[in-house]
Design a protein around this ligand. Structure first.
Ligand code: ADP
Length: 468
């Protein structure tokens, strides 16, 4: 079983900062201590070697200038060496001691070695070191004239100044570590605080939205890209939910409103007949029957609308000749336009498109039936197809009643009917164009309308010819 521990963003961020700083401080002090100390040790060893060489060359120089041993000079070289932690003993080739630090400064030399050993064990508790001696020949005109034994605490040692230098370095690392830890803690808390404050405010908004307050929006401003995206997404979501809710409310209101009129008429007629006010004549029953047909048509339209508006309008695409299709549809309308004395013009030529044949049929039926519905007797309806390379354009033009400028922006909305068409009792429910637009959009096409009141209307539809 996996146990998930939940911790707040603030705590998580602060902990991460501390962890990163701890790792950095540890790494820096470890690496710099390691490399610096190695380098420093090399430096100490090299310095000691240089000092040895200096002692030998000082002794040779002095012999060279005087041609014999001068005890005073040798002594001053020896004391000088002693001050640097080196115990020297100068002998001539016969083994006779010219100057010896242990004789000159008896007892002090051992103290010197003990002090050095202490210095080293202070720094390295398990230090394994001890007194070491190196012998060098002293030459005069390329002839050996004596030897010098240089003793020291080996393999290397730190004098007091070296130790102070190393300890200061360590203290600097520790101080830097502590200061950066404190700074990172403060900085981490400040950043995490700002971040979590923004997120919790956005979260509150999201919670309010989930409770149904779709008007709620987040006005939070952040300089973090992801938070801004989250805010935009949540605001967008709220906007969509609000629109959806409005649409749903409007649909319910519209449907009940649309149903009320025919139902009230029916109720009135029936009551009058039941109460004996009206004779149930054929005409009256006929009128009731027409109201029932209106309700049935409305319900049918609603069914169609929900089918076409369902979000995943599945398209069953295939190649077909749209001209042929329009010709067939027009044939079915022939009775209607001949009876109404409307001239219908359509010059057909083969135009194949890749689309859903059934849905395109529905779209064209809606446009032709509107054109015939809203055109007076003696009028004219012209259909044309234009080939625009990637697209085709279908125009349905009539010289009918037209649509006023005020009504034009709304005609694609569901249940929208212009006053004129309501008064004319055309029998439409204001759903046909909504369905038409849904079909066009599903095909990635476009629909526009141009109209002038009492002059006529033209609907222009563009549809992609190929799969996209
Ligand atoms: P309806 O079923 O009422 O025709 P539509 O959605 O097809 O519903 O059309 C909406 C409204 O747009 C119609 O009620 C009518 O007022 C107007 N309209 C549509 N086509 C035309 C047209 N060709 N000429 C004039 N008005 C039209």
């Amino acid at each position: 079983m996996v146990i998930k521990i939940e911790i707040s963003l603030r705590r998580k961020l602060s902990l991460s900062y501390i962890l990163v700083v701890l790792i950095c401080v540890f790494l820096i002090s470890f690496l710099s201590n390691f490399f610096l100390e190695r380098q420093f040790n090399n430096y100490v060893i090299q310095t000691r070697k240089d000092k040895n060489k200096d002692i030998v060359s000082s002794l040779e120089n002095h012999y060279n200038s005087e041609g014999k041993w001068n005890y005073k000079v040798v002594e001053s070289i020896g004391i000088d060496a002693l001050e640097n932690g080196l115990i020297i003993s100068v002998k001539d080739l016969s083994g006779k001691i010219i100057w010896d630090a242990t004789i000159y400064n008896h007892g002090q030399c051992e103290n010197l070695i003990t002090h050095m050993s202490k210095n080293m064990t202070k720094r390295y508790p398990n230090w394994q070191g001890g007194y070491t001696e190196n012998q060098y020949f002293i030459t005069y005109n390329l002839n050996k004239i004596g030897v010098v034994d240089i003793g020291y605490y080996g393999p290397f040692y730190y004098d007091d100044n070296d130790l102070i230098f190393l300890n200061t370095l360590n203290n600097i690392f520790i101080s830097v570590g502590i200061i950066s830890l404190c700074l990172s803690l403060i900085l981490g808390i400040i950043i995490a605080e700002g971040l979590s404050r923004s997120i919790s405010r956005v979260m509150n908004t999201a919670e309010n939205i989930s409770k149904g307050n779709y008007k709620e929006r987040s006005s939070e401003k952040s300089n973090i890209k992801e938070i801004n995206r989250l805010i935009a997404t949540i605001n967008n979501l709220a906007h969509n939910l609000e629109e959806h809710e409005k649409l749903q409310k409007r649909l319910t209101a519209d449907v009940s409103h649309e149903l009320r009129t025919p139902l009230t008429t029916l109720q009135g007629h029936m009551e009058a007949i039941i109460d004996g006010v009206w004779e149930p004549t054929i005409e009256r029953v006929q009128s009731c029957y027409e109201e029932i047909l209106r309700i049935k048509r409305l319900v049918g339209d609603l069914e169609k609308l929900s089918k076409y508006e369902s979000e995943n309008l599945v398209l069953n695409k295939a190649n077909f000749d749209i001209s042929e299709l329009i010709k067939n549809i027009l044939m079915n309308f022939e009775n209607e336009y001949v009876n109404k004395n409307i001239e219908v013009v359509f010059k057909s030529y083969k135009q194949v498109i890749f689309a859903d044949r059934d849905k395109i049929t529905q779209m064209i039926i809606n446009l032709i039936s509107n054109a015939l519905k809203y055109t007076q007797s003696g009028g004219k309806v012209i259909l044309t197809i234009n080939d625009l390379k990637e697209y085709i354009e279908i125009n349905v033009k009539d010289n009918g009643i037209g649509i006023s400028k005020e009504n034009l922006p709304y005609i694609f909305e569901r249940f929208y009917r212009t006053e004129k068409s309501r008064n004319r009792e055309t029998g439409g429910s204001g759903i046909g164009l909504t369905i038409t637009k849904t079909i066009v959009s599903a095909h990635n096409g476009g629909i526009t309308v141009e109209s002038k009141l009492n002059e006529g209307t033209v609907f222009k539809i563009s549809l992609p010819k190929y799969d996209n």
